[in-house]
Design a protein around this ligand. Structure first.
Ligand code: PLP
Length: 387
């Protein structure tokens, strides 16, 4: 049986897969089982930061896998410690908890906020506010955090203690906080799954100020936007925010499972022994991969990400069939005249892999995509979007 038939028979059908089996790749080019080549403009949904089978990334992973592939968190391993140090140095955060996914990183943030607020305020101070149209993960708690009702319907009852406000609606946040029950607010600087919707800078600054005044936690979900994607190490840096917790995952290890919750001075001591844990969290291979990714996200490299993001935007903006372009850096959403799904299918026919996000075509290429591939991909997208 071929892969597609086998998968359809045995894998739980939670993904609407394209009828393509990817078998190999290098950088931003991937090949299917029939030998067709595609420009990868999705990078595994913002995961393969340096593309497929990147030599430097392979070397980092291979070196670690040949020494110790896993050790219990009951022992010390250097990659975990070095990665935590690197993330703290890059952000000013003080401690890191490692898990294996974005959802776990956000679960950790919720735990941090609840324990911190319970100890510093009161046990009833447990509400986490998030934004409508957000996406924070698929576990029952992160689904509850996700501000989109349709994700909630099948899995009631979800974890209680979440409230959702419209982006920009500071008055409702103030009203919620006046009860004294709000522990913190969790936001995405650019809502990825919600359709590549950037937060209004004025609202972001107001949140930064309000959370400090009220002594509630500002938590930023950088699962999709983090690790260079928007042209800064983390997207909150574009907004000048001062978060208390930053969560990240996806691109951090460039293609191996990892999640991280970065804790500021204010919450660095929330956890003590036994309060939280994860068998694979801080795994030395994933941590070595992440160290290699983080070490390559230099200021010059991040400037290049911004430049390529602007280039891609300029190639697509105000062109026939493209109604608007949203996003930051190499995280762009295109509102197309044709349905996004049709444009993405046509791109695939023409050798370019793109994503959708709600009613948008979403582009999340590898951060090191060569400019000629970016230009080629943009012209294919324009051809596909042309009404
Ligand atoms: N948070 C954001 C902003 C995301 O985009 C995602 C996944 O798309 C998640 C959380 C969940 O991450 P994971 O699928 O690694 O659990």
């Amino acid at each position: 049986m071929n892969t597609i038939a086998l998968d359809n028979q045995y894998v739980a059908p939670t993904y609407k897969r394209f009828p393509v089996e990817i078998v190999s790749g290098k950088g931003s080019l991937v090949r299917d089982a029939d030998g067709r080549e595609y420009i990868d403009m999705g990078s595994g949904i913002a995961v393969t930061s340096f593309g497929i089978a990147d030599d430097e990334w392979i070397a980092a992973v291979e070196k670690q896998i040949r020494s110790v592939q896993h050790m219990s968190n009951l022992y010390y391993t250097a990659p975990c410690a070095l990665l935590a140090e690197a993330l703290c140095r890059r952000t000013g955060m003080k401690k890191v908890f490692f898990g294996n996914s974005g959802a776990e990183a956000n679960e950790c943030a919720v735990k941090v906020a609840r324990k911190w607020a319970s100890e510093h305020k009161s046990p009833s101070c447990s509400t986490i506010v998030t934004l409508k149209n957000s996406f924070h993960g698929r576990t029952l708690t992160t689904l509850a955090a996700t501000g989109q009702d349709h994700y909630h319907e099948l899995y009631q009852p979800l974890t209680p203690g979440f409230a959702h406000i419209d982006a920009g609606d500071l008055d409702t946040l103030k009203a919620l906080c006046s009860t004294g029950n709000v522990a913190g607010i969790l936001i995405e600087c650019v809502q990825g799954e919600g359709g590549v919707v950037p937060l209004d800078p004025g609202f972001a600054s107001a949140l930064d100020q309000f959370t400090k005044e009220q002594d509630i936690l500002l938590m930023v979900d950088e699962v999709q936007t983090g690790n260079g994607r928007t042209g800064k190490m983390y997207a909150y840096m574009n907004y000048g925010l001062h978060p208390d917790v930053v969560t990240t995952a996806k691109g951090l290890a460039g293609g191996l499972p990892i999640g991280a919750a970065l804790l500021s001075e204010k919450v660095q001591d929330v956890f003590s022994y036994g309060d939280h844990g994860s068998t694979f969290g801080g795994n030395p291979v994933a941590a070595s991969a992440a160290l290699s990714v983080v070490s390559r996200l230099t200021d010059d490299f991040l400037d290049e990400v911004s430049r390529k993001g602007k280039l891609l935007r300029s190639l697509l903006e105000n062109k026939p069939g493209i109604e608007s372009v949203s996003g930051l850096g190499l995280m762009l959403g295109l509102k197309t005249a044709k349905p996004a799904g049709e444009v993405v299918a046509a791109c695939m026919e023409k050798g370019v892999l793109c994503l959708t996000a709600k009613d948008k075509v979403r582009l999340l290429p590898a951060l090191n995509i060569p400019e000629d591939l970016l230009r080629r991909a943009a012209s294919v997208v324009l051809e596909a979007a042309n009404p």
